[in-house]
Design a protein around this ligand. Structure first.
Ligand code: COA
Ligand code: ZN
Length: 304
């Protein structure tokens, strides 16, 4: 059965929208626990402006203190050259550059137009010069909460231009949960035809309850790499109405039930997930951590 690879984004996408600062110790302990769960990759933090995302102002300390598992790649979000320098210094295994395919969201999130972002990120790729693999995340690729539709052709055009720069991977992000499975099926078919030789990852948010349906559409379309967030936390503070990513443990549970190999230790993952509400101080959207596995049976009620 097909092997599916998961990238855990809870300490980046998950935490960046949390209102209360999460202590560095708690972030490090959580990443260390997640490192033993079978992930292919963990997006540990962001090297962005601490004014833009105060939650992740401790990025250097987090990267310096985590215990790295040899089989896990530790990636970090990078918005500009300054972020790339910080990421290289911290010995990240991958730099995840980011820009939005919607002009309006790009201006809200990164304070510049798309063409300016593309030029700046192309400069980062040249500067890194193969020292560390580069992934590029294209945000709002399935719709923008301010502009509405983002034409597939524009997403593909940016994907092709980054592939032309020699990046290793591209992540196609549904930043505010606007994608539906039909749209996903079409997008992944087009992208696989047009950008060959690049690792494609899909990043979904469950804002409108379509997250796992979208994941399944992508799996059925041949995609094997996904971002997920523990407990279903997440969201971009610069995208109105943003809410959580697809929940990693719910996605893994569904794929295991269907017979897919994810390499994940689901019982261990669930036990880490059950600790998450204590870290963030509130309930989280994930469902399987509450309901149990489909194989966890209950005793029949006593006959009256
Ligand atoms: N790391 C740390 N500090 C950074 C930085 C980085 N990568 N990039 C810029 N800064 C600092 C500058 O030094 C400057 O600091 P100062 O005010 O103390 O002098 C300040 O941030 C503003 O710098 P400037 O170059 O004018 O950037 P900006 O204000 O136009 O912001 C970004 C641009 C991209 C740096 C900022 O919008 C950002 O970090 N966005 C990321 C948003 C995000 O993570 N969204 C969610 C994930 S998609
Ligand atoms: Zn996201």
């Amino acid at each position: 059965m097909t092997r599916i690879y998961f990238n855990e984004v809870v300490t980046r996408d998950g935490f960046q929208i949390e209102p209360e600062f999460i202590a560095t110790d708690a972030k490090v302990a959580l990443i260390d626990a997640l490192s033993l769960c079978g992930y292919a990759k963990i997006e540990a933090t962001s090297f962005v402006s601490p004014k833009a995302i105060p939650m992740l102002r401790d990025a250097e300390e987090v990267m310096g203190r985590i215990t790295r598992a040899p089989e896990v790649e530790y990636t970090v979000l990078v918005p500009n050259l300054r972020g790339a320098e910080r990421a290289l210094e911290s010995k990240a295994d991958e730099l995840n550059l980011v820009m939005s395919t919607s002009e309006t969201h790009n201006r809200a999130n990164l304070r510049m137009g798309r063409e300016q972002s593309f030029a700046a990120l192309a400069e980062v790729v040249r500067h890194v010069d193969g020292r560390t693999p580069i992934n590029v995340s294209l945000s709002t690729a399935f719709g923008c909460p301010m502009e509405g539709d983002v034409p597939e052709a524009e997403v593909v055009q940016f994907a092709e231009r980054f592939a032309g720069l020699g990046v290793r991977g591209l992540t196609i992000c549904d930043t505010t949960g606007m994608a539906h499975p039909g749209q996903v099926a079409h997008m992944v078919e087009t992208l696989q035809q047009r950008v060959k030789g690049v690792q494609l990852t899909l990043h979904f948010h469950n804002t409108r309850g379509m997250g796992l349906a979208n994941l399944l559409a992508a799996v059925q379309g041949g995609i094997v790499r996904f971002d997920g967030s523990l407990g279903g936390l997440g969201g971009c503070p610069y995208a109105p109405g943003a809410s959580g990513n697809i929940c990693s443990e719910d996605a893994v549970h569904m794929l295991h039930a269907m017979g897919y190999d994810t390499g994940m230790d689901l019982p261990r993952l669930l036990s880490v997930a059950r600790g998450l509400p204590y870290i963030v101080g509130h309930d989280v959207p994930g469902q399987v951590a509450k309901a149990g596995l489909i194989t966890d049976l209950h005793p029949a009620p006593q006959a009256q």
